[in-house]
Design a protein around this ligand. Sequence first.
Ligand code: GLY
Length: 327
Amino acid sequence: MGSLGISAFAVKPVFALENKMVKPVLLSTWDAGIAANKPAWEILKNKGRALDAVENGVMVTEASQNCCVGLGANPDRDGFVTLDASIMDEFGNCGSVAFLERIKHPVSVARRVMEKTPHVLLVGEGAQKFAVSEGFPLEPAELSEDAKKSYRDWLKQSRYQPVINIENKQHGPFAPSQINGEWNHDTIGMIALDMNGNLSGSCTTSGMGFKMRGRVGDSPIIGAGLYVDNEIGAAVSTGVGEEVIKICGTHLVVEFMRQGMTPEEACKKAVERIVKRNGAKAKDIQVAFIAINKQGEYGGYSIQKGFNYALCTPAINNQLINPKYLF
Ligand code: GLY
């Protein structure tokens, strides 16, 4: 074989990338990710499976008093908290639940859907029935005290107006005065690469505060709110779910990585697509993606300033990262 052929083969990145692989790596959206990363990182550090890490991690946020995730969150317009969640493993298995009421840990129900049913997505009453049959307790229907107050405030105007970066304005718990009674969403999404080099992801939310009853966002839609391809990478989204669904956001991010883009470049390209579709209206929309590739490279990008994510790597001990943004 000629020297040209040998050297062209020798510089192929396959083995080099394998050697460079950083693991484990863990990312989760917003500053609530700092608390969520703690149990997830313990699992990853102890050579546990990425799937277990991303489930246990976001359960912390589901159990916390949070405007945007779990049963303590803001209700829909009719005064009921409805939850969406999804999970995806290294084999491409996935499960999700949507419009689920009175169950504390929708992400774990999503995992049971993945592992114990032939289906991917269960919704509403059927999802709740399945959860109860799996031993998940039916929690009281009552709103948390904070959610009651914010709902009362919201009812004064009954206006729906997305508030950009509401997640960080509130730092998880409720702070109604900061947002004049206007409530929004969002999500905790978590993606991880474990010591075995396997990827998984999870996503859980109460969706947009004061949404129409029955509204479901991107979080339980595989390929929109969450996507994992163990050969390439994983991505998760946060922000206005309708916009993410319209571009199949996280699938797009993973496909951009497949084409050779870094995680940050892939996230940027996806948010640019949302901006292009929306023209001038994009100024009122926040969407962000975070992504990780098989080599342990990571990144994120948002439309608006103010998005952040919590990161753990062998060199970075659970730090908030402010990624780049378009506006
Ligand atoms: N990104 C969460 C939602 O729109 O429901």
